[in-house]
Write a protein that binds this ligand. Structure first.
Ligand SMILES: [Zn+2]
Ligand SMILES: [Zn+2]
Length: 281
């Protein structure tokens, strides 16, 4: 079923500045009521406290987070091609539309009808059609840009400020750029740390280019481009083949059953066999 999510304005603005994750985590199981291909609509408040549409995430996968993950066990991943983040400034208020939906929010202040586990609500296909109609003319939010992730990782590890400027132009993306550049040296140190921990082996297939060629060819894959934290839990060491496959298939990480598994789509799932450091994704 499609879903409607209340994205608290404080969180929305902070996410937008630091890098939109293109996925959503929740403590409520209701998040997984959605199926791939269906839409999760998100609304928030603009600076004038009017409720406006923030995003339509078209779901491509739903997964479980690592045990103890701070933002809850349930996650859905947005399809980067079909999903849209809307510019909220100057947008027509969405409250009259939401009031007409089948969930009939009764609270005087709309957000109060979406507190705690109620932040995510099931809506009908007719509700979805009403939101889709209301979103037709909306401008897109430039700060939700998803850069070329392989290139971004390369720029970070190679400490290439110029390249990072091309991938994340300043202006609306300044906060994100500054946050990433602060981590230049750190990113390299973290990858080196993983190479030491796994003796240069790929965490998925255990192949060691170091043993074969005497060269450290395994690469750190991380989720910084989608707003993740710059720490070890957000990094996995992969051989060049697996790294290309993860980006090429936009693989998602799933902790169903407790162990990290990359899901490449089409039923292709590969366990992260070496998982000596705590992955959070
Ligand atoms: Zn591998
Ligand atoms: Zn990567």
């Amino acid at each position: 079923m499609p879903l409607l999510y209340h994205w608290r304005d404080v969180n929305y603005r902070s996410d937008l500045g630091g890098g939109i994750a293109w996925h959503l985590n929740q403590k409520s199981k209701r998040l997984h009521a959605i199926d791939p291909g269906e839409s999760l609509w998100a609304f928030t408040r603009d600076r004038e406290n009017r409720y406006v549409l923030a995003a339509e995430l078209v779901v491509r996968a739903k997964t479980f987070n690592a045990p103890g993950y701070a933002y809850g066990p349930y996650r859905v991943w947005a399809d980067p091609v079909r999903s849209r983040f809307f510019c909220v400034d100057g947008q027509r208020a969405i409250e009259p539309v939401i009031r007409q939906l089948s969930i009939r929010p009764a609270a005087v202040t709309l957000g109060q009808a979406f507190q705690g586990p109620g932040a995510v609500r099931l809506i009908t296909q007719a509700d979805h059609a009403m939101l889709a109609a209301a979103s037709l003319e909306l401008a897109l939010e430039p700060r939700a840009l998803l850069p070329d992730e392989s290139a971004l990782e390369h720029a970070l590890v190679a400490a290439s400020r110029d390249h990072l400027h091309v991938l994340l132009p300043s202006g609306p993306l300044t906060t994100r750029w500054e946050r990433l550049t602060r981590g230049f040296d750190r990113s390299r140190a973290l990858v080196d740390q993983l190479r030491g921990l796994y003796a240069g082996r790929c965490q998925v297939c255990e192949w060691s280019p170091k043993a074969t060629y005497g060269a450290e060819l395994c690469e750190g894959h991380h989720w910084l481009s989608r707003g993740g934290a710059d720490d070890l839990g957000n990094l996995v060491l992969l051989c060049p083949n697996h790294h290309r496959a993860v980006h090429g298939c936009d693989a998602v990480l799933d902790f169903e059953g407790g162990r990290p598994v990359f899901d490449f789509g089409g039923g292709n799932r590969e366990v992260v066999r070496l998982d000596r450091h705590r992955l959070a994704g």
